[in-house]
Write a protein that binds this ligand. Structure first.
Ligand code: ZN
Length: 355
């Protein structure tokens, strides 16, 4: 399949989400998942000569095959409900931040009632305190889904490679819970849309520094979407802590369709690319006919969030190795937080993916 450049899909609406802050171990710190990320990436890709197109509006049908309707409705309405509650005036908080999560252990089998207070409802679908909802969050997250679905449309129409400049990112969102600076799972939406377009088996390869627990969870019991990820070892104390272990290989019909390769802190290019090769081999063995790349560039050495030490050259090489699978490919932006380098990291990876 001949490729020269990627088609880049973008939307101004992806800039509308401004985290305001992240609350980590009880301490409010400035967020790192900033609108500027998308601005920098787009500038780098325009500079590299990629064609850029605007996203088009899509309905919720694919989104609701990936996510529980209650999660989607919660995200759509929760900020408005929060601002109508006493909280903003009482404590000056204009972002939705959970303070209580109704865990299975708390409810102990009792039904989960709809709480009266929106500050209690805030913890129903959010599993951490780092992922705040502000006035533009829903619009941006939903726009990222449109960006992603528009990229899928291009590939279904015959483009060999499309890149979704999706922001906020998505791979930490499960069917019914969000977190990890993610709200809606763009990569899972891409995989489902490729399935709906007739691909019998689709692969998601996740090169973000962190395990894509959400994408894994969405497809964990399905054989038709293979999920493979290389990421820093959650067992060494890294987010998402509870998932991403090598013994998570899928369940039921999905047994054998999930591959996690946890990597030690400080892992460099050779071991990282070796892990990528294992994932690529598994994609080929699984008989996939389309590929989604969860393109996080936070495994790069310069990234403030990264315990892994991957170079720009290795990201380009990763792109080339995935291009060798010769599959129609949708790359979806995930993490990457070092503003001065992330645009170039995405550009070199796309250059590799373009083959
Ligand atoms: Zn990450």
């Amino acid at each position: 399949m001949s490729r020269s450049l990627a088609v880049v899909v973008r939307s101004d609406a992806c800039l509308l989400h401004v985290p305001g802050a992240e609350v980590w171990v009880g301490v409010s710190t400035p967020g790192t998942e900033l609108p500027e990320r998308a601005v920098r990436i787009e500038a780098a890709l325009r500079g590299a000569g990629h064609r850029t197109v605007e996203s088009t509006r899509h309905d919720d049908s694919v989104l609701l095959r990936v996510h529980d309707l209650r999660l989607v409705e919660h995200l759509r309405t929760v900020h408005e409900r929060w601002m109508a509650s006493p909280i903003p005036e009482l404590v000056g908080q204009d972002r939705v931040v959970p303070y209580l999560m109704p865990t299975a252990g708390m409810l102990d089998g009792l039904p989960e009632r709809e709480p009266t207070a929106v500050h209690a409802a805030a913890g129903r679908y959010c599993y951490d305190t780092m992922t705040l909802v502000g006035p533009g969050t829903w619009e941006a997250a939903r726009a990222a889904v449109d960006v992603t679905l528009s990229a899928v449309d291009l590939v279904v129409a015959g483009e060999p490679l499309a890149y979704a400049l999706a922001r906020p990112p998505g791979h930490h969102v499960t069917r019914s819970a969000y977190g990890g600076s993610c709200y809606l799972n763009n990569a899972a939406v891409a995989a489902q849309a490729l399935r709906d377009a007739g691909h019998e088996r689709v692969a998601v390869v996740d090169v973000d520094a962190h395990h894509g627990n959400g994408t894994q969870a969405v497809f964990y019991e399905r054989a038709d979407v293979f999920y493979g990820s290389l990421h820093v070892d959650p067992g060494a104390g890294w987010f998402p802590h509870y998932t991403g272990f090598a013994d998570e290989t899928g369940r039921g019909d999905g047994a054998g369709a999930n591959l996690n390769i946890p990597l030690a802190e400080g892992t460099g290019d050779d071991a990282w690319l070796g892990a990528l090769d294992r994932v690529a081999d598994a994609v080929a063995a699984h008989g996939c006919t389309a590929l989604v790349v969860s393109l996080g560039v936070d495994a790069a050495a310069a990234d403030p969030e990264s315990p892994v030490q991957v170079s720009h050259d290795a990201y380009e090489s990763a792109g080339r190795r995935l291009a060798a699978l010769d599959l129609p490919t949708v790359a979806v932006q995930e993490g990457g937080y070092h503003l001065d380098t992330l645009g170039d990291l995405v550009a070199v990876t796309l250059r590799g993916l373009a083959g």
